[in-house]
Design a binder for this molecule. Structure first.
Ligand SMILES: C[S@@+](CC[C@H](N)C(=O)[O-])C[C@H]1O[C@@H](n2cnc3c(N)ncnc32)[C@H](O)[C@@H]1O
Length: 248
């Protein structure tokens, strides 16, 4: 599946953000979408009121939370016009300094060195075929001394079944495969790209960024409503956080 088909799949899937507009607005108003493992790393960076670029910004709730935690402003970049329109409307209604650009990642149409912090994740990297090109684009966007922060699904996650009795490995998936067909969300047979944790780290290092932190976490960043998969109960990695810095 190429970028056009993926984009069409996301335009359709993002209608959820429009249907749930009010619910998400109240969520953004009353709670933070940033979880503890994110805040621990982000708070020291947000203390200096950075300008943030959020790649693959989706419904934009993280952008509202980033501003609430100290970001001066956030530019969200996403190739779904449905998602960016809903995110812009929500930020405007809450009076939060977020601006959205409809564009594909990598190849972001923002100037070199425009940001102090690139924030991304929560289901973003699996849509990118070439992480070396992505990491180069991130490095280009960062000012010297700026940071890349990623909170993402762990590359092992495609292997876990959602069985509730005990965790199992899907026999049709492999950690070292290049891709698999998504059979849950956003559906339509969309192809998700796979990269190992080592490959993700190597892409970041290859772009000249300094690695400051990598950690693996048992909590997933997202749960299917009403499901309590055994793979989410603490035994297995479900997310990772990564912080890297562009040399001054
Ligand atoms: C699972 S969502 C996560 C978004 C965001 N982190 C959130 O929590 O709402 C993935 C997002 O990536 C966007 N996306 C996927 N591939 C993209 C690409 N190549 N360029 C720009 N946006 C892309 C989709 O439109 C979607 O909004």
């Amino acid at each position: 599946m190429n970028r056009v088909e993926n984009r069409n799949a996301w335009e359709a899937a993002s209608k959820k953000h429009v249907h749930e507009y009010r619910e998400l607005l109240e969520q953004a108003r009353n709670s933070s979408s940033l979880v503890a493992c994110e805040l621990e790393l982000l708070r020291p960076l947000l203390a200096s009121r950075p300008v943030v670029v959020h790649l693959q910004s989706g419904h934009g709730l993280d952008d509202i939370a980033l501003v609430a935690e100290g970001a001066r402003s956030v530019v969200g970049v996403d190739f779904s016009s449905v998602a960016t329109l809903a995110a812009q409307r929500r930020a405007d209604e809450l009076g939060v300094d977020c601006r959205y650009v409809v564009a594909a990642v990598p190849g972001v149409p923002l100037r070199d060195g425009c940001t102090d912090l690139v924030y991304t994740g929560k289901g973003a990297l699996i849509w990118l075929r070439d992480l070396e090109v992505w990491a180069a684009d991130v490095a280009r966007l960062l000012r010297p001394g700026g940071h890349l922060f990623v909170h993402e699904g762990h590359p092992m996650v495609p292997l876990w079944t959602w069985d509730e009795d005990e965790p199992r490995i899907r026999p049709d998936r492999g950690y070292f495969e290049r891709s698999h067909v998504n059979d849950t969300f956003p559906g339509n047979g969309a192809v998700e790209w796979q990269a190992t944790l080592a490959e993700i780290i190597t892409a970041v290092l290859g772009a000249g960024l300094e690695l400051r932190h990598v950690a693996e976490h048992p909590e997933p960043f997202w749960k299917w409503d009403g499901l309590d998969a055994a793979a989410w109960r603490g035994q297995l990695p479900n997310t990772f956080t990564l912080l890297a810095r562009k040399r001054s």
